[in-house]
Design a protein around this ligand. Structure first.
Ligand SMILES: O=C(O)CCC(=O)C(=O)O
Length: 256
């Protein structure tokens, strides 16, 4: 496994995107964002910090979806993903992070699984399943704050009280153990969804996040069928494996 990921739970690849990839992704993502904002005007205006399901048909045309699928299924990105997850990664979803309209809205520390797993299950997940964020800055951005090592270790009492808002704490309070990672346009940040983290708002950020996981039904069940490519796109991808693994699990092990 990638050494920095193993030790700290994250690493950065500077200038991951070529100028051409950056331009193509920006165009498609901007198109998605405009359409999504119209459709979700109230949510956007009041509390949203991200959207998801970018590869679905709802907001993008086929050619635009293909641009996303080609990037996600590129050898370049998949080499990074397999360096962490191994040879059987599954595609999970895409998200887009942007600034909240309300400039007073506060960010929040969390581990991604805390919204669907009990505390005991969250502890076990640290030693079993991989869910990995591949976050690509489409403009310079303040980045995220991470607590290094928490992809493998449980919270100390300050971290637990803050992220769970216990004993009078709020989940936006600073943590002594937090480590800030800023990203420049085109950088890739890879980090474990299990680790304690929070976004940093500002700079009109626009960050494309692609999620991959182990090829297991308990994670792949979260994947939306609409977000998967059809056979005509799959055959055009350099590395279709992550999509194929997801499709295989959904087709054979879960009722569609
Ligand atoms: O950028 C953000 O606002 C939060 C990022 C995050 O929590 C995530 O990618 O899971």
């Amino acid at each position: 496994m990638h050494q920095n990921y193993q030790d700290d739970g994250f690493f950065i690849v500077k200038d991951f995107l070529s100028p051409n990839e950056l331009q193509n992704l920006r165009e498609v993502v901007t198109q998605f964002h405009q359409s999504w904002r119209q459709e979700n005007a109230t949510f956007y205006a009041t509390k949203a910090i991200n959207s998801a399901y970018l590869t679905a048909k709802k907001h993008l045309r086929d050619a635009e979806r293909e641009t996303l699928f080609k990037f996600i299924g590129s050898a370049k990105l998949m080499n990074v993903v397999t360096s962490i997850i191994g040879e059987q990664p599954a595609f999970m979803n895409t998200q887009l992070f942007f600034d909240p309209v309300n400039i007073n809205q506060k960010n929040y520390w969390h581990r991604d699984p805390q919204y669907h797993l009990s505390v005991d299950e969250q502890k076990k997940a640290l030693h079993s399943l991989h869910v990995v964020h591949c976050r690509i800055a489409l403009v310079d951005e303040p980045g995220v704050e991470l607590v290094p090592g928490t992809h493998q270790r449980w919270d100390n009492s300050e971290e637990f009280d803050v992220r769970m808002e216990l004993n009078g704490h709020k989940n936006y309070e600073d943590l002594a153990s937090g480590f800030r990672v800023t990203l420049a346009t085109g950088d890739l940040l890879v980090f474990s969804a299990n680790m304690i983290h929070r976004g940093i708002y500002g700079m009109d950020r626009l960050s494309l996040d692609i999620l991959f996981c182990d090829s297991v039904p308990e994670l792949v069940k979260f994947v939306d069928n609409d977000c998967l490519p059809g056979p005509e796109i799959l055959e055009k991808l350099e590395c279709p494996d992550a999509f194929e693994n997801t499709i295989a699990i959904k087709t054979w092990q879960l009722p569609l």
